[in-house]
Design a protein around this ligand. Structure first.
Ligand code: DX5
Ligand code: ZN
Length: 217
């Protein structure tokens, strides 16, 4: 079986007990920690920025997976890399300068991710696959946790798996939105390397056990 990665989304954490929730993820079998940054412009919601990332970083040694849902990400990607993001993912719909944004992330020493919204066809990624480390397929409209999984995203994963493998590329496929133990097995089988899960993890009575359940689904 291929290596299965899980990235719990801190958007669903209890911000009154942020350090405790972060340490719980750090103790768990999840390999990554997913950080959702929203600007109220690219998406109709505002989440958090650098001070919260700093607090999470202070309590976590996990691979730090930052998902930027902001316009003009090129203005901020270097700061996120400096703040400790191991991977900086931006939306292809959010910038006029895709190559420039990729270059800025690379120069900062972080890995490069590019994400597509549900309405964006996977084919737009074809020309970028040999320049990036990860593709993030959104399986809900970005902006909020707790939404229902959009099944159409599975065909995008299959398309990307085939495109990446047939070209012999080393690009991780991540999916984000509506993921739970109920669909995780199907998603790993379809070709996902990494799953993001927010409400399914933090809404579970025993989040650490739920993480294992998703990884072994
Ligand atoms: C949504 C975010 C997701 C969100 C997922 O815009 O990008 O990472 O936290 O939440 P769930 O897993 O609850 O759908
Ligand atoms: Zn996300």
């Amino acid at each position: 079986m291929k290596n299965r990665i899980l990235a719990p989304s801190m958007l669903s954490a209890d911000f009154g007990h942020l350090a405790d929730d972060t340490k719980m993820i750090d103790r768990s079998a999840a390999q990554w920690i997913h950080i959702d940054v929203m600007d109220g412009v690219f998406v109709p919601n505002i989440s958090f920025g650098f001070p919260v990332l700093k607090a999470i970083k202070a309590a976590s040694d996990k691979f730090c997976d930052v998902h930027l849902m902001i316009v003009d990400p090129e203005k901020y990607v270097e700061r996120f890399a400096k703040a400790g993001a191991h991977l900086v993912t931006f939306h292809i719909e959010a910038t006029k300068d895709i190559q420039g944004t990729i270059d800025l992330i690379r120069q900062s020493g972080a890995k490069v991710g590019v994400s597509i919204k549900p309405g964006t066809p996977a084919e737009v990624l074809d020309e970028w696959l040999d320049k990036i480390d990860l593709v993030l397929v959104m399986s809900v409209e970005p902006g909020f946790g707790g939404q229902s999984f959009m099944p159409g995203s599975v065909d995008k994963v299959k398309y990307l798996r085939q495109a990446i493998d047939s070209r012999g590329l080393d690009v991780t496929i991540e999916i984000d939105g509506g993921v739970s133990a109920a669909n995780a097995g199907m998603l790993y089988e379809a070709g996902c390397d990494a799953l993001v899960a927010g409400s399914a993890v933090f809404g579970a009575p025993d989040p650490e056990a739920e993480i294992l359940k998703i990884l072994n689904a």
